[in-house]
Design a protein around this ligand. Structure first.
Ligand SMILES: Cc1cc2nc3c(=O)[nH]c(=O)nc-3n(C[C@H](O)[C@H](O)[C@H](O)COP(=O)(O)OP(=O)(O)OC[C@H]3O[C@@H](n4cnc5c(N)ncnc54)[C@H](O)[C@@H]3O)c2cc1C
Ligand code: SF4
Length: 563
């Protein structure tokens, strides 16, 4: 029999997961006066102190930033997106297995801060084009919110995290509260002016990123090193560790418990409430129980659905809040494996200073109004970068040996541009996660099974991405224009979402318009699992805004005595 230790302390709120959304939930709830327990399955990571590789040079690493054959074989998912410099912030495939019904790259960050330490920091708002798409096209269900419901929360989040970017006055990509933008380089400006001249409805702008261009809230400005995934000693980019968790801790209301794997949420049938959580201590394998008045689930889309599916009771035999049978379904991820590249012969006397930690954006231009219709639904944006080829790109093509060869390598090569399309994925009921009946991890938890594929609409979009990308580069005078479509599996863009969607009708959705579980009023889910459609914008800014909004609602309901 399992010996469950009941923790003596009881809390006003429990937050599960300390990544981008859990950090926000903890900050908001603590600042509103709630004694909050933040439960995190991974180890603790202290800002600055626990960034051991932040200032190392390539030659300081044993394998010069290459992944060894052993790492590539044992950790095929982790090694796709990490190397020696940042591997410590990516979950190991060996320790954390899952079942792929079809290939699916599930990239995870199991530590205090979650994937906020390693994210790409691109921050774009959704618009009513996105919130109204489902209902207008008869796809899936309607979002229960519109842009006006969230715009103030976008402002609130952007002001706190610090987003640099440029206003472009596009209705389908609303402007926000930005620090001064980073600067486009000469080849990007060249492409931007060609697009402006030749393409109606299209423009090229600098990426909107959560990298500071001015010091802010005790964090220093970005130093243009492009080493963000190692952790930033200046606090130049937003992470839970640099911003929300310190803010939560400053209130005196926060307790963080790392190494705490939430196994399930406890439901009291008489009270019709969630009363707490059961946790497995990662190191000792002991089981513990913690109680609270409200619970925020922020373990990230797939893990959140797994916790809820594992939280069974006679009221919820198929998982907590799963009256609609939608829990675990409608899994989405953006596709980003198609695009185009080319080189430009010119601007040989121009260069750039530093390593800007972002590229450019060409906002969505398909299906946004008259004259922009395509043979698929929804749209995509281009994210890309222009740079001069360095010695790494030229070492194989240059001829020669010895000092002359080295001398040639010290000179920069041609300008090149690479751009990939980030495309919307429709919500398909059959794209889903479930819990394995037979297989368990080393803590005795059922393994997650992921069953996901892109369908015809996404593949038509990928073709269009290749063609439009190539034609914009050719129009701008680029040579050697290549298109690519790597057909990488779902999960590769690391924007998984949709497994506990929001909606107005409890029969077809798991959460209401405040991210509150229809069937369990004191339970809130505010990570990507709440998304009713994916749009094509990088999603984390929306998750943060929804989290802050849900916290505000939850605390006001508590004050009214409704929770
Ligand atoms: C390389 C990379 C680049 C990215 N670039 C961008 C970008 O440019 N823009 C963008 O919008 N998004 C980007 N993303 C995606 C972004 O990181 C996620 O959308 C975001 O982190 C989701 O926030 P979250 O709080 O839901 O999950 P996470 O940040 O993953 O946090 C979840 C936390 O929950 C913990 N947890 C999980 N299960 C349990 C459990 N059972 N018990 C206790 N704790 C648990 C985890 O350990 C983790 O700390 C990128 C991701 C990666 C990896
Ligand atoms: S590029 Fe900027 S934000 Fe990223 S690690 Fe360097 S200084 Fe920090």
């Amino acid at each position: 029999m399992i010996n469950i230790i009941k923790a003596s302390a009881s809390y006003d709120a429990i937050v599960i997961g300390s990544g981008i959304t859990g950090g926000w939930a903890a900050k908001e709830l603590c600042e509103k006066g709630l004694k909050t327990l933040l439960l995190e399955r991974g180890r603790d990571i202290h800002h600055i102190k626990d960034y051991p590789t932040a200032n190392l040079n390539p030659w300081d690493f044993e394998y010069r930033l290459n992944n060894t054959t052993q790492e590539l074989t044992e950790n095929p998912i982790r090694s796709r997106t990490s190397d020696e410099s940042d591997r410590m912030f990516f979950a190991s495939d060996v320790d954390h297995p899952y079942i792929q019904q079809k290939p699916f790259n599930w990239v995870r960050g199991y530590q205090v801060g979650g994937r906020s330490l390693i994210w790409g920091r691109q921050c774009y708002r959704l618009s009513d084009l996105d919130f109204e798409a489902n209902i207008k096209e008869g796809i899936s269900i309607d979002w229960p919110i519109r842009y006006k419901d969230i715009s103030g929360w976008y402002d609130y989040v952007e002001r706190f995290i610090g987003v640099s970017g440029k206003h472009e006055n596009l209705p389908h990509l609303p402007d926000g509260c930005y620090q001064p933008p980073m600067e486009l380089n000469c080849i990007e400006k060249h492409l931007a002016s060609s697009i402006k001249k030749n393409e109606e409805h299209r423009l090229l702008t600098i990426a909107r990123v959560a990298n500071l261009t001015r010091g802010w809230n005790g964090r220093g400005p970005c130093q243009n090193r492009n080493l963000c995934t190692r952790g930033c000693p200046y606090g130049g980019y937003f992470s839970s560790n640099s911003a929300t968790i310190p803010a939560a801790a400053a209130t005196g209301n926060l307790t963080i418990r790392p190494f705490s794997i939430v196994r399930e949420i406890i439901y009291d049938e008489k009270l019709e409430r969630a009363t707490g959580v059961r946790v497995i201590d990662m190191n000792t394998h002991e089981e513990l129980e913690f109680n609270s008045r409200i619970i925020f689930v922020n373990a990230s889309t797939i893990n959140t659905a797994a916790i809820l599916l594992n939280s069974k009771s006679s009221r919820f035999p198929n998982g907590m809040g799963n009256d609609s049978e939608q829990l675990g379904h409608n899994l989405m991820d953006h596709h980003s494996s198609s695009g185009a590249s080319g080189v430009y012969d010119g601007y040989r006397d121009e260069y750039y200073k530093g390593r800007r930690p972002c590229g450019f954006l060409i906002p969505r231009f398909r299906n946004i109004g008259n004259g922009t219709q395509a043979n698929f639904l929804r749209g995509y944006n281009f994210q890309g970068r222009g740079e001069r080829e360095g010695w790494q790109e030229r070492k194989d093509s240059l001829k020669g040996v010895g000092s002359k060869f080295k001398e040639q390598l010290t000179k920069p090569g041609q300008w090149s541009v690479w751009m990939g399309g980030w495309g919307e994925c429709l919500p398909y009921f059959d794209n889903k996660i479930a819990l394995s009946v037979n297989d368990k991890d080393k803590w005795g938890l059922p393994l997650v099974e992921v069953d996901f594929s892109f369908r015809e609409n996404e593949h038509l979009m990928m073709e269009d991405i290749k063609q439009t990308g190539a034609s914009m580069l050719e129009e701008a005078g680029f040579k050697g224009v290549n298109t690519f479509s790597y057909n990488t599996p779902g999960g590769s863009t690391v924007h998984e979402m949709g497994t506990a969607r929001m909606g107005n009708d409890p029969k077809t959705s798991v959460l209401n318009k405040y991210n509150q579980m229809h069937a369990v009023k004191n339970l809130f889910v505010t990570d990507g699992s709440c998304m009713t459609s994916s749009a094509c914008q990088n999603p984390s800014l929306t998750y943060m805004a929804l989290t802050a909004r849900a916290c505000d609602y939850a605390v006001s309901e508590m004050k009214k005595g409704n929770l």
